[in-house]
Structures are given as structure tokens and as C-alpha cells.
Ligand binder design. Structure first.
Ligand code: ADP
Ligand code: MG
Length: 328
């Protein structure tokens, strides 16, 4: 069973950044307005995510670590309309199979906090603790009992940059959340949580680049099946040599999508701006019934029910933004 648990964990936990992703998604699902992430040795020695979200009642702490236990989806119908980022209930259990995990939590309004920990798949009893409202999850010595996985990881610096890239994406997707990120005890970035995507853009890409970004004009959702597109794209004069600066969020979930990349790049191509990679931060809101997020455990891939429509709408929105800019 222990081997099976470790293999299953590999599906969800590929590297430190996958742990960071699962933990901050839990914080976001918990309604946190502040999330702090601390990394040591690229997350291999320590990943700590602290939030001021709803917390976990002491009696539910063992469930949080149990496989296939989720507080977010209870019926099959719910799966059709997923609004939370998590829904499988396997992230914490998978992480606990390949690392030491400690959970400390104090539900909002509760007088006390409680803790639980798991080491080598052994789950401790719940005991009293002291902490502010919210949840602190600490993951230590990731993969130290899975040498085969450790060997596949690149340098510590590579793992740090994967973590930071991921955290940047979430900071862009959630401008209303105050993110603080440290690595080796030093602050790497902090966002103000003022709700303005433009502010986060300045933080992430610097003022010079941020000035080159133009907003996608908002559209009214007259037709409920129509995707609502917002965000920023770069002016033609501003481009990068990689696609790393193309960020897509669908219903506030960070996604990798060849379809969306192709739509943006095609828009620039039709404007005779090919061969370069624009920067873009694009939010797409669609009715949950129009997407399938249940494709892969890591959940960064999604399927659209109406791919061609999404493609066409996104291409048009990008073209319009860039063209309007050119005419001014
Ligand atoms: P999922 O997110 O798919 O439900 P997880 O294994 O990631 O599964 O988390 C299990 C459960 O633990 C969640 O359903 C939630 O009830 C609880 N939980 C985990 N992290 C937090 C957090 N930061 N704040 C509040 N509850 C949490
Ligand atoms: Mg989760």
C-alpha cells in the first residue's frame, strides 16, 4: 500500500512547484485574502503556505489528510459546475505520501487552533496548537524517501524558478489577494492585494513593460454561452523571445492551453506581427458547463465544449485591443 500511495502521489506531486500549486489553491478555495509562501532549498527542504482563510475545524483535520476526502464536492452533479479549484480530495494525501506534512489551523471565529501531522504515511493524533485564524501547512523533506524522484529534479535554482513562475501566475490571477513570497528567508515578491491587475503587472514585469500592456475591452455577457474575456496584451513594440509571458486563466484557474496560445498568436499574425511572442494576461469566464476541468490530476489542462467559438472570440478581442491602440 505504501508503494501504491507513492506511485499515485507522483500523479499530483511531480516537483516542489506542484506542491506549492496545490497548497495555494487550497488557500484560495478557503477564501484567503492573504497568502504567504516560504521556500527553503527550492521547496525541497521546506514549503510553508500560511493563509487567513476559513480554516479547518479540529475534528476535520484527519479528513483533510485522508485520500479522496474533499469538503468541496459532494454530488456527481456538483462535478458539472465546479467552482472551487480543488475537487478530488487527494492533494494533501498525496503530498503526505512523499513528505512530512504538518497542518495547523484555526477556523475563523474559533478560540483555539489544532494541529495534525503526517510522516511516512503515518498520521498523528490531533493536538492543541497556537496560531492565528487561518491555516498553516508545512511540507518538509519532499521526496527524501523517494530517491528516484529526487534524481529527476533539476538544480535547486530550477525548482525555485518553477515555484516563482507559478506563484507569479496566481498573483496575476488573483490581484485581490495579498501574496508574500520568500525564498531562503528573503522576500522575493509581495503584491498589495488591491484588486488591480495593473498593479500586479507592474510588480511582476516592471513599470516599463507594464506601460506597454493594453487592456482587452470588457464585453457584456448578453449570451450566457459567450466567453467573457478580460486582461492585458502587449503592444506590438513589446515582445519576448519565449511564450513564458502568456498567461491564461479560465474561471480563475491557471490553464495551459494550446488553443488559447494559438488564438493570441494568430491575432498578432493577422496584424503582420509574427515571429515574436507577445505578453498577455488573459482571463476568460465561461459557464462551468462549457468546460471540462477533469482532464488530468494536475488540472492545468482543460477542454472547452466550443473550442472554435472561444478561439474566435479571443482572437477578435486581442485584435481589437491591439488595433485600437495602433489607431490612437
Ligand atoms: P481538495 O482541495 O481537492 O478538496 P485537498 O487534499 O487539497 O483536496 O484538501 C483536502 C481538504 O482539506 C479540503 O477539501 C479542505 O476541506 C481542507 N483544506 C486543505 N487546505 C486548506 C486550507 N488552506 N484552508 C482550509 N481548508 C483546507
Ligand atoms: Mg486541494
Amino acid at each position: 500500500p505504501e508503494v501504491a500511495a507513492k506511485i499515485a502521489a507522483g500523479e499530483v506531486v511531480e516537483r516542489p512547484a506542484s506542491v506549492v500549486k496545490e497548497l495555494i489553491e487550497n488557500s484560495i478555495d478557503a477564501g484567503a485574502s492573504q497568502i504567504r509562501v516560504d521556500l527553503i532549498r527550492g521547496g525541497l527542504q521546506l514549503i510553508r503556505v500560511s493563509d487567513n482563510g476559513c480554516g479547518i475545524p479540529a475534528e476535520e483535520l484527519p479528513l483533510a489528510l485522508a485520500r479522496h476526502a474533499t469538503s468541496k464536492v459532494s454530488t456527481v452533479e456538483d462535478l458539472e459546475s465546479i467552482r472551487s479549484l480543488g475537487f478530488r480530495g487527494e492533494a494533501l494525501a498525496s503530498i503526505a505520501a512523499v513528505a512530512e506534512v504538518a497542518l495547523i489551523s484555526r477556523p475563523r471565529g474559533a478560540l483555539h487552533s489544532a494541529q495534525i501531522s503526517a510522516c511516512n504515511g503515518q498520521i498523528s493524533a490531533v493536538s492543541p496548537a497556537a496560531s492565528p485564524e487561518g491555516t498553516i501547512v508545512t511540507v518538509r523533506n519532499l521526496f527524501s524517501a523517494v530517491p528516484a524522484r529526487l534524481k529527476f529534479l533539476k538544480s535547486r535554482q530550477t525548482e525555485v524558478s518553477h515555484c516563482l513562475h507559478l506563484l507569479q501566475q496566481y498573483a496575476l490571477a488573483y490581484p485581490e489577494i495579498r501574496f508574500t513570497v520568500t525564498s531562503e528567508g528573503r522576500e522575493v515578491f509581495a503584491t498589495p492585494g488591491d484588486g488591480q491587475l495593473a498593479t500586479v503587472l507592474v510588480q511582476m514585469y516592471g513599470p516599463a513593460v507594464a506601460r506597454q500592456m493594453v487592456p482587452l475591452s470588457g464585453q457584456s455577457a448578453d449570451d450566457p454561452e459567450r466567453p467573457v474575456i478580460s486582461g492585458y496584451v502587449s503592444r506590438p513594440a513589446c515582445y519576448k523571445s519565449t511564450r513564458q509571458y502568456l498567461s491564461f486563466f479560465v474561471n480563475r484557474r491557471w490553464v495551459h492551453s494550446r488553443l488559447l496560445i494559438a488564438a493570441v498568436e494568430e491575432a498578432y499574425r493577422t496584424l503582420l506581427l509574427s515571429g515574436r511572442h507577445p505578453l498577455a494576461v488573459i482571463n476568460i469566464q465561461v459557464d462551468p458547463s462549457q468546460i471540462d476541468v477533469n482532464v488530468h490530476p494536475a488540472k492545468t489542462e482543460i477542454r472547452f465544449l466550443r473550442e472554435r467559438r472561444v478561439y474566435a472570440e479571443l482572437m477578435r478581442a486581442v485584435r481589437r485591443a491591439v488595433l485600437e491602440e495602433a489607431e490612437v
